[in-house]
Design a protein around this ligand. Structure first.
Ligand SMILES: [Zn+2]
Length: 432
């Protein structure tokens, strides 16, 4: 059940309550924290409420690779993560079709502007994706589920170097009309709509996603069109094979940066009996709001909409203004582990020497557990440079709290008919 409580008069923004078929609720707009391997790094389950987490997204491809045959014994994400009340989503594996495939070949993230990033990127090939290439189910470095998550768990910054140099690498995915073959150390492993649904039903999230082909921002029109036909066919196949009725299934709108394809996909997917919708794929630098607008144009008003893998403050404002209800992104968590700290004025790098000996709070007025303890920018600087494990945890807590608090203030603004003012004020504060 999705109840829209208030619609904005000047945009498509809306605020509501999403109650999943399993009876869990999320106040929208909301931000999903990424827990790729059924854990949120540097944030133990018992601290999630303190960080104001409502929604988590885990990754079907990586859990499937890591669990191997153990997936039969898997108790479900809520039990495994010890988060019985939290709404959990799973990605379908469609993003890895891109990140391990053309994302590598083209050397790009899905926004297409990764060369500008200094700390981390949105949905660029992640350390998890890269680690998965070396993995065997049941043993390997992806299996490290830390009981006390720490900074050292995180691999070196090679993925940043990879991104910044915009390096091209080998495409490890072979796409057919039936699905995708992933090249691993164990040989090729096939993932298609039917298997993705079976895995997601075993993982047991509240919201599951249709298997799709996430394309690269560098793909031309003809390729996007062919990929879109596959995504649409796979969407229908996912609906047909789904068996559990306590999970909500979202269809995914694709179509790259092409207006006609996005609108066509929105109509096509929007007309299928999905419980909600997600917008996936590449958006192109500077075209985000436009592409989101085309993508929601054919979707039914009364069903929830999720924007996949986008989570910078300015882009959340774009999404909400175009009628998006939920978001997910690695930004708050991945950047925190590298010293990237978010505030109302934008992001700063705690490892930069400007913070050395600084008594300034991480963010003035922040009441998150980290700031409430009196952790200063100078302390964070020292901890990051001495490889103190607490650095990643403190920064992660602040960042997640920051994004969730931002979402809650935005919900209030929408409910009070003040979204336009909220958007203007927020954009004004962001440093250019
Ligand atoms: Zn804080």
């Amino acid at each position: 059940m999705f109840s829209i409580l208030k619609k904005d008069n000047n945009s498509r923004a809306r605020s509501g309550t999403l109650t999943t078929f399993s009876g869990r609720t999320v106040e929208t707009p909301a931000y999903a924290i990424v827990g790729t391997h059924a854990e949120v790094r540097c944030l133990p389950a018992e601290k999630m409420k303190d960080a104001r987490v409502q929604l988590i997204i885990a990754n079907t491809y990586h859990l499937w690779q890591r669990l191997g045959k153990d997936i039969e014994k898997f108790q479900g994400l809520h039990a495994e993560m010890n988060t019985p009340d939290m709404v959990i989503m799973t990605d379908s594996g469609g993003f890895q079709v891109f990140s391990l495939g053309f994302g590598r070949e083209h050397g790009v993230g899905k926004v297409g502007g990764i060369r500008n990033s200094s700390v981390g990127t949105e949905r660029s090939p992640s350390p998890a994706d890269r680690a998965a290439l070396r993995s065997h189910p049941g043993e390997s470095d992806v299996r490290r589920i830390p009981s006390s998550p720490g900074f050292r768990e995180f691999p070196p910054d090679d993925f940043l170097i990879h991104n910044e140099r915009n390096m091209r690498d080998k495409n490890l995915v072979r796409i057919t009309e039936e699905g995708a073959y992933f090249m691993t150390d164990d040989g090729e492993r096939f993932l298609g709509p039917k298997l993705s649904m079976e895995i997601q039903e075993k993982l047991g999230a509240d919201i599951i996603l249709a298997f799709d082909e996430c394309t690269s921002p560098e793909h031309e029109y003809e390729y996007q069109k062919q990929a879109l036909a596959r995504t649409h066919r796979w969407a229908e196949e996912c609906i047909a094979v789904k068996t559990r009725n306590d999970q909500m299934l979202y269809g995914i709108v694709q179509g790259g940066v092409f207006e006609d394809l996005r609108k066509e996909s929105s109509r096509y997917i929007g007309n299928l009996p999905f419980d909600g919708f997600a917008i996936g794929g590449s958006f192109g630098e500077g075209k985000m709001r436009e592409v989101i607008g085309w993508s929601v144009s054919g979707l039914p008003e009364e069903k929830p909409r999720h924007l996949l893998g986008i989570g910078k403050i300015e882009n959340i404002l774009d999404g909400v203004a175009e009628g998006i209800d939920t978001f997910d992104c690695v930004i708050p968590t991945r950047e925190a582990r590298h010293g990237g700290v978010w505030t109302r004025e934008g992001r700063f790098d705690a490892k930069k020497s400007a913070n050395k000996n600084s008594d300034a709070p991480i963010e003035k007025g922040c009441v998150c557990p980290t700031c409430a303890m009196g952790v200063t920018r100078g302390m964070l600087f020292d901890m990051f440079h001495s490889k103190d494990l607490r650095a990643g945890e403190y920064a992660t807590m602040h960042n997640i709290f920051f994004f969730n608090t931002f979402m809650s203030e935005m919900r209030r603004a929408i409910q009070n008919g003040m979204f336009r003012e909220f958007e203007k004020e927020t954009r004004g504060k962001l440093k250019k």
